[in-house]
Design a protein around this ligand. Structure first.
Ligand code: HEM
Length: 171
């Protein structure tokens, strides 16, 4: 059946005009709107870009901590709060409600929390004094080790890992 276009129909006429208009836009693209294009090449960020944040977001550096250097990060001064589980140091500042001075788990702030996490206890004797060697956790039962690993998973999903914990005399 031969293809025929009845230009007498208003719809067909409108379609043809639209097609011709689209084709000419492809062949002769419109010139850019010069009022929105910078006239000079920007030499400074603050003049050239509007997306620059007001201040640099805080950066977290992966560091090696010892029990003594971790202890000051206990949140008592309102600053960062760190804690360690099985040698992994987490920045738990975002959980200040839990680990701040008035938090339910404030005892873990700035400390090696491994044993307390393993045994599900915040008793004081779960914490090794900061001037003593690291808790080797050798006496923990398999289910306690599993419990501790569960907490490591929880913390890894929620907080930033910002360092590792080593013996006081290792650095
Ligand atoms: C009196 C019994 C306890 C109650 C009522 C309790 C209650 C809670 C509640 C409501 C949360 C918040 C859960 C969430 O929002 O995700 C939580 C989290 C937590 N609990 Fe307990 N808890 C108890 C005992 C313990 C003990 C003995 C430990 C010792 C290890 C512990 C360690 C934690 C930790 C580490 C978190 C996670 C906090 C975080 O996400 O930073 N809890 N608990």
């Amino acid at each position: 059946m031969p293809l025929s276009l009845d230009l007498g129909t208003p719809v067909n006429t409108a379609l043809l005009i639209y097609i011709l208009y689209s084709v000419q836009k492809i062949i002769f693209p419109p010139a850019p709107d010069l009022s929105t294009v910078p006239r000079t090449v920007p030499t400074e960020f603050k003049h050239g870009y509007s997306w620059m944040p007001k201040s640099h977001p805080p950066t977290v550096l992966f560091r090696t901590y010892t029990p003594r250097t971790l202890e000051p990060f206990n949140g008592l001064d309102g600053g960062r709060i760190l804690l360690a589980i099985n040698g992994v140091v987490f920045d738990v500042t975002a959980g200040r409600n839990f680990y701040g001075p008035d938090g339910m788990y404030g005892n873990f702030a700035g400390r090696d929390a491994s044993r307390g996490m393993a045994k599900q206890s915040f008793d004081v004797e779960m914490l090794t004094p900061v001037d003593q060697p690291l808790d080797k956790l050798e006496d923990l039962k398999p289910d306690e080790i599993e419990n501790m690993k569960g907490w490591i998973d929880h913390f890894s999903n929620k907080y930033i890992i910002c360092g590792k914990l080593v013996e006081n005399d290792a650095v």
